[in-house]
Design a protein around this ligand. Structure first.
Ligand code: AMP
Length: 437
C-alpha cells in the first residue's frame, strides 16, 4: 500500500557516523545499560501486586479522544495543552493515552467486570504521552506502573492502596520518601468549598502568576499546587478542603487516617495536595522525595474517583488507584546509589579457526543455547587473538576453541578464562560438562 508523507525528507550530508534523526524532544531511548532498572521496578511491582491480589491488564496505547476529554476534564492542562491527538484515516479522533485510569475504567465497563466480585483489582504498565516542557524527570513519553481497585468505597481500601504504594517504594530500597495525603471532598461538598476558595483567591488575584489567573476561572483547585513562590505564599493561607467536607467525607477521611496508622504507614496531611485531573474525589495522595515536597518531583500519586465510572455510562461505582512514574524512580534509585541486582548468567564464547571449525562452532553454540546457556561467537573470519579479546570484553567465563585438529578428532579446547587453564574435551561431552557444574 502506498502512502504519501506529509513532510519532505531532507537528506543532509551527515558527518561520519552521525544520524539524520533524533528521538523526538522529551523522549528517550532506554538503552540496554538502563534496562536493568526498569526490569527491577517491574519485578518489584509485579511482586507487590501478586501479594495484594492485583491482576495485570493491558489496554491500547491510544483511545477514542472523547474518553479523555470527558474524564480528565476539558479545563485541565492535560486535555487543553498536552494530549497527542490525531484523526485516524477514517476521521475518528484518537488520543495517545495521557494517563492510565480512564482506559481501565473503559475496559471495566466494556468487559462487564462489574459482574465479578468487587473490588476488581487491576494493574498495568503503560506508556504515557503528554506534550509537556521537557526537563529532568518530565518527559513527553514516560512509563507508568499503576493499579486500580474498582467497585468498593470502604476507606479501608484507600488505606490498603496507600499502604501498597508505600510498601512498593520501600521494596525498591528507596529512602527519604514522604507520603502526603489529603481529601478533596465529593460532588456534594466540593462546590461550596470551591466557592470559598475562589472568594479567598479573589482577594489575592494580583499576587498570582499568569497561569494561576487562568486557573482561578477554569480550575480553581489547582491554584493550591502552583509551584511559584508568590503563589505558594497565597496558597499557604487558603481555606483547607478538609475543613469543608460534608459529614460523610469527613468521616471517610478520618477512617483512612485511622487505618493508615493501623497499617503503620507514616503519612503527612497536606492540605495543598490536589491532583491534575478533574475526576478525583475524597482521598488523594502523593509520594514525594523528602525535602522536595511541593516541587514537581512526585514519584507517584493517586486517589479516589468515585464518579468516574458513572460518568462513563456505568452504575455508580466507587474506585481508587495510583500510578508511579518509572523514569523518576530510576532517577531516585541512581541518586540514592541503588543498583538493581545483575542477572547471573554464565557466558560462554565459542571460537574457531577456519571454515570447517566455524561449522562446528555454530553447531555447538546452538546446542548450548538449547540447553539454556548464554553463548557468544564471532562472525566473519577474525584471528583467534581477536576472538579471545572479544570473549574477554563480553565477560565469557569459558571459551571453546575449534581448530583444524579438533575438527578432525571430534574434540574442542575448553579454556577457563579466569584461571587461564585449558583442556581438550570431546565435543559430545560439552553440554553435560557445563550443565553439571
Ligand atoms: P500523574 O498521572 O500525573 O499523577 O502521574 C503519576 C506519576 O507519573 C507522577 O507522580 C510522576 O512520577 C510520573 N509522571 C507524570 N508526568 C510525567 C512526565 N511528564 N515525565 C515523567 N514522569 C511523569
Amino acid at each position: 500500500m502506498g502512502f504519501t508523507t506529509p513532510f519532505t525528507l531532507v537528506y543532509a550530508s551527515p558527518g561520519k557516523g552521525a544520524c539524520l534523526y533524533k528521538a523526538p524532544r522529551g523522549t528517550a531511548d532506554i538503552l540496554p545499560a538502563e534496562q536493568g532498572y526498569f526490569r527491577y521496578i517491574e519485578e518489584r511491582a509485579a511482586d507487590i501486586c501478586q501479594r495484594y491480589g492485583y491482576e495485570r491488564i493491558d489496554t491500547p496505547v491510544f483511545e477514542d479522544a472523547r474518553l479523555f476529554i470527558r474524564t480528565i476534564g476539558p479545563g485541565t492542562d492535560i486535555v487543553k495543552k498536552e494530549t497527542y491527538s490525531f484523526e485516524d484515516r477514517s476521521g475518528q479522533g484518537m488520543t495517545l493515552c495521557p494517563e492510565g485510569t480512564a482506559p481501565i475504567c473503559r475496559a471495566y465497563l466494556e468487559h462487564g467486570m462489574y459482574n465479578l466480585p468487587q473490588p476488581v483489582r487491576l494493574y498495568y504498565f503503560a506508556a504515557i504521552f503528554r506534550y509537556e516542557r521537557p526537563q529532568k524527570g518530565r518527559y513527553r513519553q514516560h512509563q507508568q506502573f499503576g493499579v486500580e481497585a474498582l467497585g468498593e468505597g470502604d476507606p479501608a481500601l484507600d488505606a490498603e492502596v496507600i499502604e501498597m504504594a508505600w510498601r512498593f517504594f520501600k521494596s525498591l530500597g528507596l529512602r527519604k520518601l514522604s507520603m502526603q495525603v489529603n481529601s478533596i471532598g465529593c460532588r456534594l461538598c466540593r462546590p461550596a468549598y470551591l466557592e470559598r476558595l475562589k472568594g479567598y483567591y479573589s482577594q489575592h488575584i494580583n499576587q498570582l502568576c499568569p497561569e494561576c489567573k487562568a486557573r482561578f476561572r477554569k480550575n480553581p483547585l489547582r491554584l493550591l499546587d502552583c509551584k511559584k513562590p508568590s503563589c505558594q505564599d497565597v496558597a499557604a493561607a487558603a481555606p483547607k478542603s478538609v475543613e469543608h467536607l460534608c459529614p460523610e467525607c469527613r468521616e471517610h477521611f478520618r477512617s483512612v487516617g485511622r487505618y493508615l496508622r493501623l497499617l503503620k504507614v507514616p503519612f503527612k496531611k497536606n492540605h495543598r495536595l490536589v491532583r491534575g485531573l478533574d475526576y478525583y474525589t475524597r482521598t488523594v495522595f502523593e509520594v514525594q522525595p523528602q525535602g522536595e515536597e511541593g516541587a514537581q518531583s512526585a514519584l507517584g500519586g493517586g486517589g479516589r474517583y468515585d464518579d468516574l465510572i458513572e460518568e462513563m455510562g456505568g452504575k455508580p461505582t466507587p474506585a481508587i488507584g495510583f500510578a508511579v512514574g518509572m523514569e523518576r524512580i530510576v532517577l531516585n534509585l541512581k541518586e540514592q546509589g541503588i543498583t538493581p541486582p545483575a542477572p547471573e548468567a554464565q557466558a560462554i564464547f565459542v571460537a574457531y579457526v577456519g571454515d570447517e571449525a566455524k561449522a562446528e562452532a555454530i553447531k555447538l553454540a546452538a546446542e548450548l543455547r538449547r540447553a539454556g546457556i548464554l553463548v557468544y561467537w564471532s562472525f566473519g573470519s577474525k584471528s583467534l587473538k581477536a576472538q579471545m579479546r572479544q570473549a574477554n570484553v563480553l565477560g565469557a567465563e569459558y571459551t571453546f576453541i575449534f581448530g583444524e585438529d579438533e575438527v578432525k578428532n571430534g574434540t574442542v579446547v575448553y579454556r577457563d578464562m579466569v584461571e587461564g587453564e585449558q583442556w581438550e574435551v570431546e565435543v559430545g561431552e560439552v553440554v553435560a560438562l557445563l550443565t553439571q557444574v
